[in-house]
Design a protein around this ligand. Structure first.
Ligand SMILES: Cc1cc2nc3c(=O)[nH]c(=O)nc-3n(C[C@H](O)[C@H](O)[C@H](O)COP(=O)(O)O)c2cc1C
Length: 196
C-alpha cells in the first residue's frame, strides 16, 4: 500500500476531518494503489444507501489511459482550439476515478434517492482520501455526456458519468481556494416547540 504524505491532522477525529477537508486542485504522483483504492471504496460504500442498491461503479484511470481518454474528450470539444486544453485536463492528476451512476428501476426507491446515495458515497470517498493525506477534487467533466467519452469508457445506455474524482498527492504550498462562510441560520427552519 502506498503511503500518503502526512499533511493532515491525526486520523481518528471525524469532525476534524469533515471541518478541515479541502479539495486539492494541484495534484502529483503518487496516488493510491489498487489495494488501497479497494480498501477506500469498501469504506465509502458504507455511506447511506436506501435498499443497499449501491447504484454506482467506479472506473480507475491512470497512466497512459488518461491521455487516451483525453483524446476522446478532445474530439468532443466544440472548437479545435479547445481540444488541446481539454486533453491536458486529463493529465492534471495521476489517478482519475470515473463515477458511474447506475440507476435501476425499483418499486419504492426512486432515482433521486439512488443519485443521492451515489453522491454520499463519492463525498465519503473524498473525506477518506483527505483524512489519509491524499488530495482529491470532484470535477464534473470534461464532457461527461459526450458520445466519444461515453463510448471510450463503456458507459451503458442506462448509466450516467457523474464526472471524475481527480486523486493524487497534494502539491505542497498550493493554497486552497477561498470558501465563504455560510450563514446556516438562513438554511435552517424549525417546526414545533423546542428549547432554543
Ligand atoms: C458533482 C460536483 C461537480 C463539480 N464540478 C466542478 C467543476 O467542474 N469545476 C470546478 O471548478 N469545481 C467543481 N466542483 C466543486 C469542487 O469539487 C470543489 O468542491 C470546490 O472547488 C470547492 O472546494 P472545497 O471542496 O475545498 O470547498 C464540483 C463539485 C461537485 C460536488
Amino acid at each position: 500500500m502506498t503511503t500518503a504524505p502526512d499533511t493532515r491532522p491525526a486520523a481518528g477525529d471525524s469532525e476534524t476531518a469533515i471541518r478541515t477537508r479541502r479539495s486539492t486542485i494541484r495534484l502529483t504522483a503518487p496516488a493510491p494503489g489498487a489495494d488501497e483504492l479497494l480498501d477506500l471504496l469498501a469504506a465509502a460504500a458504507t455511506a447511506p444507501d436506501h435498499g443497499q442498491l449501491r447504484p454506482w461503479r467506479v472506473i480507475a484511470i491512470c497512466g497512459d489511459a488518461r491521455a487516451r481518454l483525453g483524446e476522446a474528450a478532445a474530439e468532443a470539444a466544440p472548437a479545435a482550439e479547445l481540444a488541446e486544453r481539454i486533453a491536458a485536463k486529463h493529465l492534471r492528476a495521476p489517478l482519475m476515478l470515473g463515477l458511474v451512476f447506475q440507476p435501476r428501476d425499483h418499486p419504492t426507491i426512486p432515482r433521486w434517492e439512488q443519485l443521492a446515495a451515489t453522491s454520499a458515497m463519492a463525498t465519503t470517498l473524498l473525506l477518506l482520501l483527505d483524512a489519509r493525506g491524499w488530495g482529491g477534487v470532484w470535477f464534473g467533466g470534461p464532457y461527461p455526456d459526450a458520445p466519444q467519452v461515453r463510448k471510450h469508457l463503456g458507459i451503458g445506455d442506462d448509466e450516467q458519468l457523474l464526472g471524475y474524482l481527480y486523486v493524487g498527492t497534494p502539491v505542497p504550498g498550493t493554497p486552497s481556494g477561498s470558501r465563504a462562510a455560510v450563514d446556516v441560520r438562513s438554511k435552517l427552519s424549525w417546526l414545533g416547540d423546542t428549547d432554543r
